[in-house]
Design a protein around this ligand. Structure first.
Ligand SMILES: [Zn+2]
Length: 68
């Protein structure tokens, strides 16, 4: 899963010579631990979205069935 820059939304790439993750768009650099934190945070936000989506679907189903 790609990780996107917290500043501009560009994709982050690992620069092995500098041992840093670098944004391809704005040049923001992150250390490995900062990068991993960001990745965890983005994954959590993504799973929250799924949860919300599921809830909305269940609600819609309930709403449609209650109209019968
Ligand atoms: Zn950026």
């Amino acid at each position: 899963m790609p990780v996107y820059c917290p500043e501009c939304g560009g994709q982050m790439h690992y620069n092995s010579s500098r041992k840093l993750y670098v944004c391809t768009s704005c040049g923001l650099t992150l250390t490995r631990s900062e990068y991993l934190l960001l990745k965890q945070k983005q994954r959590r936000e993504l799973s929250n979205e799924d949860e919300e989506e599921r809830w909305r679907r269940d609600y819609l189903k309930w709403w449609l069935s209650s109209k019968k």
